[in-house]
Design a protein around this ligand. Structure first.
Ligand code: PMV
Length: 373
């Protein structure tokens, strides 16, 4: 079970959760639950033990990328993938199911979510409601990120991992790590990798039952750091859900997928042996292969900006000079620069010399999803 506690432990967990939540999040929960239920303070909500459950999850960065689905509805991936949770970044989500609501309600970072986001969350919650046989219940979902949304850092992984954990618990479902990972996958494929801790592998599986993620090493295993260089913080034109559907139209996707087990094996071994040179080569190759597929799909997806290429070149040149750093790029123009903790300041200074690098976020490896209260 994930962070499961007995009733007598729950008071302490509440207190712990209370202290660890940001004031902003507490105020949002208080205001919205107050508006809905007439309850006054967060302390009272906690002491009343409403049926709300709060969970926290980290986003992750893929070293071997997931791109393309064999089954779009079930989000069964075309290939396996490998990632690291980003411990400094997190999404905290509170879910309460009630019988007196007409529809689900979703608040993200203090703002009512747009209809498309609410629809996606409601469809995800439907899977859980059906499983728990509680179709009559609607949810109040309140979510907060400690990093700006639209800053180019994928928030759907942490969002659906936190939602899977909080909503399943709120409905009284007791899911083990594999089941939670399978469930999170239905919201956003990469979310299944934010359930287990540290360095994580998503086995593509043969069907829904065996397509989930597991940890290959804990966060403490390797002091890798991700420096996320933000070059453009506007929302991407084609999101990853739509992008996956285009992958098969590229003539390069079949070769990318066929070679994936080899890359997975090399990358897994490099992580386990902390072999940065092999890791760097395979991570950059894998990212370039995914972008080659994106650029050659119909219609073509071109996520890179001039600053993206400037960073890729700068880091490659620095690596040739002996610096241990490498790049990977998701479905956007921002560059994740991976290095060892001991080199992070030097790499950050290098990134700061590149025009158009607006902000740099830094994160070490992080743990898995946690139910806080
Ligand atoms: O989980 P999604 O549907 O947002 O897809 C994630 C796709 C990439 O971020 C580009 C790659 C990955 O494996 O995370």
């Amino acid at each position: 079970m994930i962070g499961r506690t007995s009733k007598c432990e729950s008071k302490n967990i509440f207190l712990h959760a209370h202290h660890s939540l940001t004031d902003n999040f507490k105020m949002t929960v208080e205001k919205n639950i107050h508006d809905k239920l007439g309850i006054i303070t967060f302390d009272q909500i906690l002491s009343m033990k409403t049926d709300s459950v709060i969970a926290l999850a980290h986003p992750n960065i893929a070293f071997i990328k997931y791109w393309g689905n064999r089954d779009e509805a079930l989000r069964l991936p075309a290939n396996g993938s490998l990632s690291m949770n980003l411990g400094a970044l997190s999404t905290t989500t509170s879910v309460e199911f009630r019988s007196d609501l007409k529809q689900d309600d979703l608040i993200i970072d203090n703002v009512n979510a747009p209809p498309a986001a609410l629809q996606r969350v409601s469809s995800f919650l439907d899977i859980l409601r059906e499983r728990a046989q509680k179709q009559h219940l609607k949810a109040i979902v309140i979510s907060e990120n400690n990093f700006p949304m639209g800053a180019g850092i994928a928030s759907s992984a942490s969002a659906f991992a936190a939602l899977a954990a909080s909503a399943s618990r709120a409905l009284g479902l007791e899911l083990d790590e594999g089941e939670l990972s399978r469930l999170a996958r239905r919201g956003s494929g990469s979310a299944c990798r934010s359930i287990p801790a540290g360095f994580v592998e998503w086995q593509m599986g043969r069907a829904d039952e065996d397509s989930y993620a597991h940890s290959i090493a804990p966060a403490e295993h390797w002091d890798l750091v991700d420096l996320i260089a933000i070059v453009n913080d506007t929302h991407k034109e084609v999101g990853s859900s739509a992008g996956h559907a285009l992958a098969g139209s590229s003539p390069l996707q079949a070769s990318r997928v066929a070679d994936c087990p080899r890359r997975m094996q090399l990358c897994r071994q490099a992580i386990l042996k902390k072999d940065f040179s092999t890791f760097a080569e395979i991570v950059e190759l894998d990212s370039h292969l995914m972008h080659a597929v994106m650029m050659t799909s119909s219609p073509a997806l071109l996520y890179w900006e001039p600053a993206t290429i400037a960073i890729l070149k700068k880091i490659r040149d620095a690596r040739l000079q002996g610096l241990q750093a490498c790049c990977t790029v998701d479905a956007g123009p921002n560059v994740h620069v991976l290095c060892l903790a001991q080199d992070a300041n030097q790499v950050e200074r290098l990134l700061q010399t590149i025009p158009d690098v607006a902000t740099i976020y830094r994160s070490p490896a992080g743990g898995g999803v946690q139910v806080l209260a």
